[in-house]
Ligand binder design. Structure first.
Ligand code: FAD
Length: 323
């Protein structure tokens, strides 16, 4: 029984989160002493597909079909499930991206599989039990779930597993699946980019600010620091509610959950609803003028100070470091 990884592309390229998911799937395949097969849907160049071999995929199934050029949840789920059946894969791995979150349960239904979305660690197999650690309650907690079904679908949280290069090139094969009309009841008509900046859910560094910044006119400092660090910008809910920043930047229980390597929180109190969206961040840096702000309890590094003093100094220090 092999392992299948769905390698989702963005404009024909694979992002780092996919290399993480391939590396993760390879580790699962190694645990099972089986091979790893990848599937790609859409227009991706042959060399880009073959490069998945570097992370452990032995074979890449390439589904290139005009009807499947754009992401269609149900149709992509059917293709992935058919590929899993054709390859005899009992474990399907996806990235817990926006589309991965939609695909995981749909693929699971088609394979009658148990699903662990938001996985943050490799599965453990003890005494016939297959358990896996995943985020729960919008990232407020972790849960260890047991998958008791024969088939399993796992969606890996971005930035929770390292990219491992094993070397090698994957053999690329065309894979054809008959699609059904019923798979195209919901169609993607257009993608409208809200920004050309680093996408928040995929960002490795996030510079986030809250009401402590006083008003939208002060976000220049936040954007400058983010640009220097190659980071995405984010904010607390009241900030987006007030229209200081777009809702797409709102992080937390009712917004986006992020899991960057570095989360810099400026003038954010650290309310439980905000922490819900950032608790899987690897390193948390808090800048707040109130030493009692709850955010400091979860911070790896804290700066007690006025953002209007600290940020210009931090920006100058990063510029000096990069010079
Ligand atoms: P404040 O609480 O006003 O905190 C501002 C912070 O800035 C303070 O700690 C202050 O000490 C500091 N500060 C002030 N001036 C400076 C300065 N010059 N320099 C440095 N620091 C300074 N919130 C979210 O963020 N995301 C969510 O998803 C979310 N969902 C919610 C869902 C529900 C059902 C509810 C009830 C609330 C939700 N909230 C959410 C709101 C949440 O409870 C908090 O009210 C919110 O996170 C506070 O935002 P803030 O930290 O920016 O503002």
């Amino acid at each position: 029984m092999s392992v299948l990884i769905y390698a989702e592309n963005a404009d024909g390229k694979f992002k780092k989160s996919i290399f993480e998911a391939v590396s993760y799937a390879k580790a699962i395949a190694d645990q099972k002493r089986t091979n790893l097969v990848a599937i790609s849907i859409g227009d991706v160049a042959a060399d880009e597909l073959a490069a998945l071999g570097k992370y452990g995929a032995e074979k890449v199934l390439n589904v290139s079909n005009d009807k499947l050029k754009n992401f269609v949840n149900q149709a992509y789920a059917s293709v992935i499930a058919e590929a899993a059946k054709a390859q005899g894969a009992d474990i399907v791995v996806l990235s817990n991206s926006f589309s991965g979150r939609g695909l995981a349960p749909r693929v699971a239904v088609k394979l009658q599989a148990g699903v662990a979305d938001g996985a943050v660690a490799l599965p453990e197999q003890n005494g016939g039990k297959f358990t896996i650690k995943k985020t729960a309650f919008s990232g407020k907690a972790f849960a260890v779930v047991e998958l008791t079904s024969a088939n399993k679908v796992i969606a890996l949280t971005p930035n929770s597993y390292k990219v491992v290069e094993t070397g090698g090139t994957a053999q690329v094969e065309d894979f054809t699946v008959e699609t059904k009309e019923s798979d195209f009841k919901q169609m993607l008509k257009e993608i409208v980019r809200s920004t050309d900046k680093v996408s928040l859910p995929d960002a490795e560094i996030v510079v986030s600010a809250g009401r402590g910044l006083k008003g939208p006119e002060n976000w220049g400092m936040v954007e400058e620091l983010a640009d220097l660090l190659g980071a995405a910008t984010a904010c607390s809910k009241p900030v987006s509610d007030a229209g200081w920043r777009p809702h797409s930047e709102h992080v937390g229980q009712t917004g986006i959950a992020v899991s960057p390597n570095l989360y810099i929180a400026i003038g954010i109190s650290g309310a439980i609803q905000h922490l819900a969206g950032i608790s899987s961040s690897k390193v948390i840096v808090v800048i707040n003028k109130d030493a009692e702000a709850p955010f400091f309890k979860v911070a790896d590094y804290g700066i007690v100070g006025d953002a209007f003093d600290v940020l210009p100094k931090l920006i100058a220090a990063v510029k000096e470091y990069k010079a």
